[in-house]
Design a protein around this ligand. Structure first.
Ligand code: PEB
Ligand code: PEB
Length: 186
């Protein structure tokens, strides 16, 4: 498992070169912007149970066969496994976002997941849909702009210090980790 720092070292080592000025500058930026990264991770982690249940509910709303006999969220045991899996995936995305590197997500969550799902008959398109909803939710929570239209009484704003760009680079980075999940399952 790597993070932004160990990744720079491994990359430099692979080309038997010293860390470059550009590498150091990138890491300087990582440190300088560390607090907003922690806020982004916290925005996701502290809303995780709401996000997961909403994403799985949304997936099921759009495909109610999932909770009928023969569907992969039927009976309750499978529904529970599905909620658990969505939470596991979201948790590994938060680890990657904290580390600034996808390796923990790749190695400990996505490695072999597609094969596992194929063996269990877990439908990929539905899983991907739940992940897409979590991607939209995570963007809204990092920007601290979750809407009442989607959350109703459960709306939760973090009251974060709003930067001019609303942490666009962290939204993009988090989105890339969700895209990685989608790519690994597709
Ligand atoms: C991966 N998921 C399931 C299993 C495993 C995983 C290993 C089999 C063992 C078990 O049931 O616990 N476990 C999971 C994971 C890690 C891990 C990501 C990473 C570290 O250790 N069914 C649906 C939805 C989807 C779903 C589309 C989004 O219809 C999930 C949720 N996963 C689902 C279901 C099962 C399962 C197991 C329903 C149970 C399948 C079955 O037993 O028939
Ligand atoms: C499921 N939720 C969101 C989306 C969908 C659902 C389809 C849009 C995803 C996208 O853009 O691709 N929709 C929902 C559902 C049905 C449906 C269950 C069933 C009929 O049609 N916001 C908070 C809470 C947390 C939350 C803490 C409620 O403040 C969730 C749990 N859901 C949330 C967020 C978004 C969302 C989308 C933040 C992002 C969009 C937004 O807030 O504007």
């Amino acid at each position: 498992m790597l993070d932004a720092f160990s990744r720079s070292v491994v990359s430099a080592d692979a080309s038997t070169s010293a860390l470059s000025g550009a590498d150091i500058n990138t890491l300087k930026g990582f440190v300088a912007e560390g607090n907003r990264r922690l806020d982004a991770v916290n925005a996701i982690a502290s809303n995780a149970s709401c996000m997961v249940s909403d994403a799985v509910a949304g997936m099921i709303c759009e495909n109610q066969g999932l909770i009928q006999a023969g569907g992969n969220c039927y009976p309750n045991r499978r529904m529970a496994a599905c909620l658990r899996d969505a939470e596991i995936i979201l948790r590994y995305v938060t680890y990657a976002l904290l580390a600034g590197d996808a390796s923990v997500l790749d190695d400990r969550c996505l490695n072999g997941l597609k094969e596992t799902y194929a063996a269990l008959g877990v439908p990929t398109t539905s899983t991907v849909r739940a992940v897409q909803i979590m991607k939209a939710q995570a963007a809204a929570h990092i920007k601290d702009t979750p809407s009442e239209a989607f959350a109703g009484a459960k709306l939760r704003k973090m009251g974060a210090i709003v930067t001019e760009d609303r942490c666009a680079s962290l939204v993009a980075e988090a989105s890339s980790y969700f895209d990685r999940v989608i790519a690994a399952l597709s």
